[in-house]
Design a protein around this ligand. Structure first.
Ligand code: GLP
Length: 250
């Protein structure tokens, strides 16, 4: 099955991040009540900085925007410095005019995880669905915290992180010691993500090149979760030259 994913290649990580911001801004400007799905990780940081710049200098308003975040570490509360809620505050929410009550990040301390996951799914539906979901990609092809083996019909749920994801997130960028990284997380499922009207996956750097190649040219397979986007009607991969460096090679 040939994939339907649109691929946009930029020379630098910065240009790729700005392109992703441009795609997000276009949705924000074209809808009266835009609904964004957002990602954390090192990759989108520059995209959020660019959106903050557009807010300051180009009057891009988030006042009517609703946001849903992909995932959150289980056991970390919203005030924990390494929680994804805090990441979003630091990199985006504090710098734009989004209304706090319109931002939804899964609660890593929820007393009932199933109830929290069901509420998250219901709230997306009640908001009218996600217009654009921004994604990163893990070195093993994971999207959000959907590790290899996650099914195409998976929904928001509690998952166990793989040792490689724990290592990737404790290389000094976020956690300094693997022992500090929570072993479990709450994550939107593959089906939750695939229901977005459009998807933008941003990947930069050599470490992502093999996962990008597998996602675009490998099998549609749960072994590489991002490959499960291949048949989405409006999915764009925005890549820098390093992330795109293995495309076109066998
Ligand atoms: C993390 C996040 C993902 C993210 C990925 C890549 O584990 N849960 O949503 O896309 O890993 O992160 P980074 O951009 O830091 O490489």
């Amino acid at each position: 099955m040939p994939h339907r994913i649109k691929v946009v290649m930029k020379e630098s990580a910065r240009e790729a991040a700005v392109e992703a911001a441009r795609l997000i801004a276009a949705v924000v400007r074209s809808k009266s009540r835009p609904v964004l799905g957002l990602a954390t990780g090192g990759t989108p940081e520059l995209t959020y900085a660019e959106l903050a710049r557009m807010h300051r200098e180009e009057a891009l308003s988030f006042a009517a925007v609703r946001t849903f975040n992909l995932d959150e570490y289980a056991g970390l509360g919203p005030d924990h410095a390494q929680s994804y809620r805090q990441f979003m505050q630091r990199h985006l929410f504090a710098h734009v005019d989004v209304r706090p009550w319109n931002t939804r990040v899964l609660d890593g301390l929820a007393s009932s995880v199933p109830a929290e996951c069901e509420a998250f799914e219901r709230q997306i539906v009640a908001a009218g669905g996600v217009d654009l979901w921004l994604l990163g990609i893990g070195g093993n092809g994971h999207i959000a915290f959907n590790e290899p083996g996650s099914t195409v019909d998976s929904r928001t749920r509690l998952v166990t992180l793989t040792p490689e994801t724990i290592a990737a997130n404790s290389d000094g960028r976020f956690f300094s010691d693997p022992a500090e990284v929570p072993r479990c997380a709450l994550t939107a499922g593959i089906a939750t993500i695939r229901e977005a009207r459009s998807i933008v996956l941003l990947a930069t750097g050599r470490k992502k090149a093999e996962a990008v190649r597998q996602s675009l040219h490998g099998l549609f397979s749960e072994r590489c979760p991002a490959s499960l986007l291949q048949d989405h009607p409006d999915c764009t991969f925005v890549l820098d030259s390093e992330a795109a460096s293995l495309l076109g090679k066998a």
